[in-house]
Design a protein. Structure first.
Length: 255
């Protein structure tokens, strides 16, 4: 059982997570915050102990044992016009990576666009979604799934999953981890507004695939080239022969 009091004592934010909603069972924390009339305050965090329809990128499902992991979403409602939303995607994966390193000394790598890996295995994933009114984005929801205390992952996966418990060899406090992430997330939002290039540089430093020959798979389409860099919007720049192509979607693997 998630101890809200223990989490709250460690929460050191002004806005993020101050409106905190805990639910035993929810379809998807992202779906709720994207459409709920009731929960529409900037900074609201919804933690679901179990998601019946947890979603991942590219319409995949996100399956997570009840009560062992963290599956939550953060709602942002501000003026997104002059800032690049996609950088919040990269910034969120950086926050998770940094928290895992600070609390458990794990060696964390990032994989474009926002997979969080330990020993090449997936420990967390992020799904950023938004809704618009007219041509204005009015809600951004950042959904974060972290494998925390799940002991095993039966089934077949594109990338083998792992959990903090498996890598750190101990059960860990979900309350402490969530508060650490939200504290860092609030700071990251400031960096996003004031120094977006810092997010890009920190992300580059944690991605070990830059400079490598990679394959991008998007549905039935495939492209190969060198992972040259990420651009100022956080999109992947693929070098194919002497041409550069921007990649907005897809799964990256080493060739
Ligand atoms: C991915 O790696 O494909 C992204 C996974 C994102 C999963 C989280 S769990 C909380 C939030 N609610 C969802 O339905 N998905 C995200």
């Amino acid at each position: 059982m998630f101890n809200i009091e223990e989490f709250d004592i460690k929460l050191d934010t002004e806005v993020i997570g101050r409106n905190f909603i805990y639910s035993d069972e929810v379809e998807s924390t992202n779906s709720v915050l994207l459409s709920s009339k009731e929960f529409n305050q900037h900074g609201t965090v919804l933690l679901g102990e179990f998601q019946t329809k947890g979603r991942g990128r590219k319409e995949r499902s996100w399956v997570s044992n009840a009560g062992q992991n963290l599956t939550f979403s953060i709602l942002l409602k501000s003026d997104f016009k002059e800032h690049k939303i996609n950088l919040v995607n990269l910034g969120s994966s950086l926050v998770v990576a940094q928290a895992l390193e600070n609390l458990f000394q794990l060696n964390v790598e990032l994989k474009w666009p926002n997979d969080v890996l330990v020993e090449k295995k997936k420990i967390a994933g992020i799904l950023l979604e938004s809704t618009s009114k007219g041509n204005k984005i009015n809600r951004v929801v950042i959904g974060i799934g972290i494998n925390v205390n799940q002991p095993n992952f039966p089934g077949k996966f594109d990338i083998q999953p792992t959990s903090i418990r498996k890598e750190f060899k101990e059960l860990v406090s979900r309350e402490r981890l969530l508060s650490e992430i939200l504290n860092m997330f609030e700071d990251m939002l400031e960096t996003w507004k004031k120094e977006p290039e810092k997010i890009l540089n920190d992300w580059r430093n944690r991605c070990k695939m830059i400079g490598e020959r990679i394959k991008i798979i998007d549905g039935d389409k495939q492209k190969s080239g060198i992972f040259n860099d990420i651009d100022e919007d956080g999109f992947l720049v693929l070098k194919i022969a002497d041409k550069y192509e921007k990649i907005h979607f897809g799964d990256v693997s080493l060739r």
